[in-house]
Design a protein around this ligand. Structure first.
Ligand SMILES: [Fe+2]
Length: 245
């Protein structure tokens, strides 16, 4: 947990069962964020999509995979990311955090030095391939040899468009000691052992309204849930301790 006024969720707080979204964007900053993501998606798709909840009706599967299948295709450009960072809501948030800054973009192929990590995700109804499978973000850090030396990195996950009557994220109640044992086996056959173990643990589903954000640290086990009714669009912003990237 952070010593700042703002707190985020981590495995111990999830183990206590209560999860709650909060608002970190003012109404006008949220409108700016939505409009930025809408323009990015429409520019790539090459047509207007008045309500992004209807995206799946207007974009075929092949086009979607080509346009948004990789994280790289969903990462904000440096200029767009810096526009978001400049928003009063993010500046105030950073001020409250004190010892934190935006993380440099993390991709399976490496990092973008000095480019803040802001990216969106488009999840169509009943398309499990569009959501992130069960993981803790620290697993990817390990693959990229990123080490915060015991300090916590965390992220904000914000719902831009979606169906608030269905959960968008699912978490699992684990204590950190147990999690630590399995974190080291990322992407090896050990991952299977982890998945069978997790089936015995209680899941926590999180329903969110548009404009809500959820903050959780890089040790938190989570996965996305595909809605049945509408396309969901979310945006993630990653933060790390100052002095790291
Ligand atoms: Fe994640």
């Amino acid at each position: 947990m952070t010593s700042s006024k703002l707190r985020w969720y981590s495995q111990p707080s999830l183990a206590r069962g209560a999860v709650e979204a909060r608002k970190i964007f003012s109404d006008s900053d949220f409108a700016t964020l939505k409009s930025k993501v809408k323009s990015l998606i429409e520019a790539k798709v090459g047509k207007e999509i008045p309500n992004l909840c209807d995206y799946h009706c207007l974009v075929d599967d092949k086009t979607h995979q080509t346009l948004f299948g990789s994280k790289l295709s969903r990462v904000f450009s440096e200029r767009d990311a810096r526009d978001i960072v400049k928003l009063d809501s993010i500046q105030g948030f950073l001020e409250d955090l004190g010892d934190y800054k935006l993380t440099d973009v993390k991709l399976p192929t490496g990092r973008f030095e000095g480019r803040p990590e802001v990216y969106f995700r488009v999840v169509r109804p009943s398309k499990s391939s569009d959501v992130g499978q069960l993981h803790a973000d620290v697993w990817f850090d390990k693959l990229l040899n990123i080490d915060y030396e015991g300090k916590r990195a965390f992220k904000t996950w914000t719902l831009l468009w979606g169906d608030s009557s269905n959960p968008g994220l699912q978490f699992f109640q684990f204590d950190e000691d147990l999690l630590g044992k399995y974190v080291v086996v990322v992407d090896s056959q050990g991952n299977k052992a982890f998945n069978s173990l997790i089936n015995t643990r209680p899941a926590v589903n999180l329903n969110m309204n548009e404009g809500d954000s959820f903050l959780f640290d890089h040790l938190t086990l989570h996965q996305g849930i595909s809605h049945r009714s509408v396309t969901r669009v979310s945006v993630e912003i990653d933060f790390c301790p100052k002095g790291y990237r």
